[in-house]
Design a protein around this ligand. Sequence first.
Ligand SMILES: [Zn+2]
Length: 550
Amino acid sequence: MLPAPDNLFELLLSKGLISAKQLNIAIIQQRVTGATLAETLISLGFLTSQEFARTVAQQAGIEYLDLRTFTLSEQALRCIPKETALKNGYIPLELTDDVLSIGILSPSNFVAIDNVIQLTGKRPKVFLVDEEAFGDSIECAYYFANNSVQQRLETLLAGLNTAAAIQNADIPDLTELLVMDAIQKLASDIHLTPSEEVLHIFYRIDGVLKYSHCLPKIVLTSLASRIKIMAQMDITEQRLPQDGAFTQLFRKKKYELRISTAPTVHGENIVMRILSTSGSIRNINSLGLNDDIIETLRQLFSKTHGIILITGPTGSGKTTTLYSCLRELDLLDKNVITVEDPVEYRLNFVRQTEVNDKTGYTFASSARTFMRQDPDVMLMGEIRDKETAQIAIRSSITGHLLLSTLHATDAVTSIPRLLDLGMSKLLLSSTILAVLSQRLVRKICHYCKEEYELGEKEQLLFRNAGMERNSAFRGAGCDRCGNSGYSGRTSIAEVMVFSSEIKELIYSEASMEAVFQAALRGGMVPLFTEGLKQVAAGQTTINEIQRVVG
Ligand SMILES: [Zn+2]
């Protein structure tokens, strides 16, 4: 990383991305390690690679591009050899008739521009990208451009057409290709679902299952055995559910694969969850939440005691939001301890622990340890049963801020859920500060976005939410988005702050409808309305909001 100009750090300070205290610590550490100041701020977790690049881009007047949500074009990659790109610090992004778009790390990388003109004769269009995403993307992108996983997988599957071919099939290769194919398509899960005749393979992409491949059913046994061996599970057991995990290094990036098997009438159903382990914690401003919610969250996180909960279904980005909020705290001033299952993000200056059933380090025992560790803020991965609910209450009434997640469909239904977990209405109304409920919604693909006229029913949806619209956007479907019309996701959320009115209502066992109305009076914008606002802003579609919020 090149040394950044001094006034850049002033800009970072004035934008509130780093504090003067953090800058001082980084300067001290930098003297010891010899790294650049920007590198040090990033390695300390005070600044993300993305925030730094965005600021550099802003200062240089270049557009920033996030490679994490961008699919690089194979034609563009073929224009420039990998070694040339790496040596000159750029990455080819997209190719049109006379323009080659490239991502550069430094705004003064004129060599890259020269390089493109000389090698391709095309006009370069320049975007600034961040170093973390650059490192992650370049290896993978060139690998996929030069080794068509899709093609190899299709060839292998097409060859499985005789009993002898299936017998001799290269199962380790097939397993690896499936995982790589899923990684390339940014899938979060692979589902191996046997039916009576065949084995169906689905990928979960942006939260939605997508039918991907069909295999001869006879492959299931060997595929299951292969996966179980890798995940250190019992290969002889096929009638009971099992869990396991293994780590896979792919193009210098580590992926953790969590395996779950369940017996079905047609054989073992296998789900492989793919967790990429090097993701940095996102800035609260980049989650897609609206400014009012961010401001409310900031105020809530500055409290010294009480409970803040984030609710939503599995895979709705609860942990991501929790960590983005945690990053907003002054971690140098506060002792923050976490107990998680498992630790999904790593954050400097936070004491993170992981439950381990084998060693007996459970949520319950961790609570006792917590108290002796003089904490200010505690993060407990999830309130999942009566025991964890008790721990949360005990922590908050002894003067700590406790953060956790809970399975509940929206902010208001968290109340019956907590009562169900044995919290008394008195403790509930006196300890809970707020509940945020959130969802991830798919964003319309940038490449095939189109405007369309709204029908009567749809116009009415907007009118009921106090908005007047007669058109909206949708994705027509294109190669870049696998014909789904969507690419990437953003968050929508509602926050219910426990005002004295709401506390009173809970204590007097008022109906949930009464609590909901009070929350609206207190300024809560319900999830569905928040979703429609995103539709109006051209971010997502009505269908998507209806699918996710219902
Ligand atoms: Zn598209």
